[in-house]
Write a protein that binds this ligand. Structure first.
Ligand code: HEC
Ligand code: HEC
Length: 165
């Protein structure tokens, strides 16, 4: 057999493996999206490109506390959180795979704003001016944190920050 032909065959095989691998991953992600109960109830619709990232976010980030809406923290804070899963507010986030991290990042960075130059990166919601900007004139508890959202957003655990009762 000529080496050139072999190379071609090898290339085709690689392409086939990549294609099958990719569709398996996307297929299982879609199945997860369908199975996620919070996601289907979520009121804020996102563009199709970010749907899987949002579902992965809800799946990975709502088990210990409510999933925090991206808009209340700057993009830089989300980046720090995603990049440091083993150093998460005194705890460790295990089992976040790189591929999911990237999809979550695409969702979180798209639905948050960057901080200004020289501005300090907030670590907590209570330090984020974007959180306060979303609450003009609202009499907020002090300190405010992820456990206080539900006092006014009764459906916070369903990732619904529109309903106010
Ligand atoms: C293993 C449990 C666990 C998981 C899973 C988890 N967190 Fe946390 N998270 C914590 C703890 C504990 C705190 C500190 C809570 C406190 O101070 O009351 C925290 C705090 C936070 C805060 C600050 C909240 C505030 O009130 O200011 C943010 C933001 C946050 N987590 C984001 C995330 C994101 C994003 C993910 C998914 C990548 C995630 N968390 C997954 C345990 C977890
Ligand atoms: C004291 C009541 C109160 C608490 C506590 C509170 N909120 Fe709110 N929130 C409101 C009100 C009222 C609005 C509507 C403000 C407006 O539009 O002027 C609002 C609006 C929002 C919005 C914008 C919703 C949209 O789609 O436009 C987000 C996001 C949000 N809150 C997140 C949070 C999070 C996260 C927490 C917890 C860290 C929290 N809120 C705690 C009362 C509260």
């Amino acid at each position: 057999m000529k080496p050139i032909k072999n190379k071609k065959r090898y290339l085709l095989l690689t392409i086939a493996i990549i294609t099958i691998g990719w569709s398996t991953i996307m297929g299982s992600l879609t199945a997860k999206v369908m199975a996620n109960p919070i996601g289907s109830k979520s009121v804020d619709k996102v563009a199709d490109n970010y749907r899987v990232g949002k579902e992965l976010y809800l799946e990975n980030c709502s088990t210990c506390h409510i999933a925090i809406p991206p808009a209340v923290l700057p993009t830089e804070t989300w980046k720090t959180i995603l990049e440091n899963p083993l150093n998460h507010y005194g705890t460790r986030l295990e089992g976040i795979i790189r591929f999911n991290q990237v999809l979550m990042w695409q969702y979180l960075s798209t639905y948050s704003r960057p901080i200004s130059v020289n501005e300090r990166e907030p670590k907590f919601i209570a330090q984020s001016r974007y959180f306060f900007a979303l609450h003009p004139g609202v009499d907020l508890p002090s300190p405010v944190g992820h456990t206080s959202c539900v006092e006014c957003h009764s459906r916070a655990s369903e990732f619904d920050f529109r309903t106010l009762d």
